[in-house]
Design a protein around this ligand. Sequence first.
Ligand code: NAD
Length: 495
Amino acid sequence: MHTIGHLIDGKRLDGTSGRTSPVFNPATGEQTAELALASIDEVDAAVASAQAAFEGWGQVSVARRIKLMHTFRNLVVDNAEEVGRLLTAEHGKVLSDSAGEVARCIENIEFACGLADHLKGSLNESASTGVDVYTVRRPLGVVAGITPFNFPVMVPLWMAPNAIACGNTFVLKPSERDPSAPMFLAELFQEAGFPPGVFNVVNGDKVAVDRLLEHPDVKAASFVGSTPIARYVYTTGTAHGKRIQALGGAKNHMVVLPDADIDLAADSAVSAAYGSAGERCMAISVVAAVGDVADPLVDAIRVRMEKLVIGDGTDPASEMGPLITREARDRVAGYVGGAADAGAAVVVDGREARFDNEGHFIGVSLLDHVTTQMEAYKDEIFGPVLCVVRCDTYAEAVQLIADNPWGNGAAIFTRDGGAARQFQQDADAGMLGINVPIPVPVGYHSFGGWKDSLFGDITMYGPEGINFYTRPKVITSRWPDPAGSSVDLGFPTNQ
Ligand code: NAD
């Protein structure tokens, strides 16, 4: 059994804390590695390396920073298959989902490759006589990233390329569950030629997170994970004077109006609810079926669910893999049972699916006639369970979204342009889809929800990411009238 350590100052290091955490292959249930959990001293070493690297990196020309980012981008493209393999081995998602994750990574690196355009600043010439005023954006210093298990390379790459291209240095604390792919990324950063200390990885748990949030040399932290931890990271980090963006959990609603294309809506619901086993913060977990669309829609979703192939993510035939842990699987099963007891109709019961090994598998579930009082509606299940809430009107469906504590994404399915436009204004969420179930913004927009899905006021990646990783400096300069200059500029003298 191999042990996974840290990558600090450009070198892979074994852990020294004596504390470890097991890493599993979710498709077999077998432990495949032991992860070293960082001590405070190890976090301090990573921050010291990043701080030392910042002294030089913050001064490196934009041209050089971008050139290295291009090299890194090409290495990720060349190694896309290996990254995908590592993702599937420890997360469990099917290879096509892993390939999709890598594609999103590349998109974010490519945005950072174009960063020169966003770092141009602004200038007012002759704001007053002989006075120019200009704003430049400066990096912050050492910034930290704390990331969840469900996108172990994409989420770090929502953060690090922009942070580093802006001139910061980075310390990543990945999820304990699937650390191999982020460690591989760290090696690609070194291979690309970034100086040691520009990108570091400390593996760890709360001890490492708390130290990053308290460390005086860490200037900002980006967090993505569950809502309780996002809230904790935001309050702890800001209490220590840091700039924090903390993205939390979600409960995303898909409103289906009576005029919707049922086939499109059913295909979308199935891929958005069960893709990646529902372990996506933008997964659809509630269908708000308006009026008489409910019966045909539930039927169309059920028919499609029966055809879904669930199995080991490395099998190209598999469309859905296992859940990340045994505990996650049992928790999901508990929500299905709880909803049945509370009066929901279990149209498809994922607990009945049978698998012939010890992997963390569960089948897909569809719950109809769900009410807002049920635990399955109130909690983020983060598994392959889709709840259908029947609404009499569009207004009722929109109110459902407004009353929900989360506000990450929401979608509407309709053929009516006026209704879609109205939804755009009414829906109380940060990212909306119109006939698009998972409206994850492209890399040149920014990602972030509302309400309990985001703590802080700057969203992630794209232009907002640049704002987060830089601070403005405004320079007001005055030069004498050219006629009075000490150098002869060829102007007539004032004599
Ligand atoms: P998590 O909150 O358990 O863990 C996220 C990170 O926080 C990990 O690095 C973990 O080590 C650390 N952590 C865990 N407990 C901690 C504690 N007590 N103190 C300090 N740090 C702690 O989340 P997860 O289970 O890895 O990921 C799934 C969650 O992430 C879901 O809720 C999902 O919706 C959310 N998520 C949100 C987005 C988004 O963009 N809003 C994207 C992906 C995932």
